[in-house]
Design a protein around this ligand. Structure first.
Ligand SMILES: CSCCC(=O)C(=O)COP(=O)(O)O
Ligand SMILES: [Mg+2]
Length: 227
């Protein structure tokens, strides 16, 4: 059965790991403390700070302690939903001011434009918040790419290494899992997607292979009609 939709990861797949670690995370580390101090009372920020308190088990933590917890989570690359939501809010300032432009590999842009033109529906699933996903593609080095995508999914759909998340996403897309091809650079994510019935293709941008999954180094090697 040929696939009808393509669901893609971001970091290490459409976009370089270096961009995330050398640009996005340092920007969040530098600007998050002031952001929290200035905006802690705003309802959408306050809700995420409370979620950090709940997830860390420090329900009475003062804002300065919450900042410490968040900086620790950035350092360990923790995929915590409230951290990801706050990072998205902080990055928005950087993208809007022109300080940051999203990195997307040229091969990914070219292939995704072609796939959309020939009728595949494209979706994103990243640990980065939906806001952060729209920003990296909306303020990319080659302009606004958001029109490529029919929808976005983040960890509010569940963790990327859990099969149930992919089943939920297939339901939300409205297609049988087997009609969706998932692209990622992380074998545990590919394993979880396959367990839920999705087709999988690994991206190994530095070469090598992702055990048990068809693997390519570039989007131009992916032929969706062959899955
Ligand atoms: C949406 S760009 C920010 C990337 C990010 O914060 C992250 O944790 C990357 O996770 P991914 O699931 O895309 O590997
Ligand atoms: Mg990735």
């Amino acid at each position: 059965m040929p696939i009808k939709a393509i669901l893609t990861d971001i970091e290490g797949t459409t976009s370089s790991v270096r961009f995330v670690f050398d640009v996005l995370f340092p920007y969040a580390k530098a600007h998050l403390p002031q952001f929290v101090r200035e905006r802690a009372a705003e309802p959408e920020v306050a809700a995420q700070l409370n979620a950090v308190r709940a997830e860390s088990g420090e329900t009475g933590a003062e804002p300065e302690r919450v900042i410490e917890i968040l900086l620790g989570w950035i350092a360990e690359d923790r995929k915590a939903t409230p951290l990801k939501a706050l990072q998205g809010m902080v990055w928005e300032q950087g993208y809007r001011s022109g300080e940051i432009q999203g990195h997307v590999y040229a091969d990914a842009v070219q292939a995704m434009r072609y796939w959309q033109a020939v009728g595949y529906a494209l979706y994103v699933y990243s640990s980065g918040s939906i806001q952060a996903q729209k920003l990296i593609f909306g303020y990319s080095e080659v302009g606004d790419l958001t029109s490529l995508f029919s929808g976005y999914f983040d960890t509010t759909s569940g963790g990327k290494r859990e099969a149930a998340s992919y089943a939920r996403i297939a339901d939300a897309i409205g297609l049988p899992a087997g009609d969706i091809l998932f692209l990622s650079d992380v074998v545990q994510e590919l394993d979880a997607a396959r367990e839920a019935g999705l087709k999988t293709c690994g991206l190994a941008r530095e070469g090598g292979s992702l055990a048990g999954h068809p693997t390519v180094a570039s989007f131009t090697e992916i032929l969706p009609e062959n899955f």
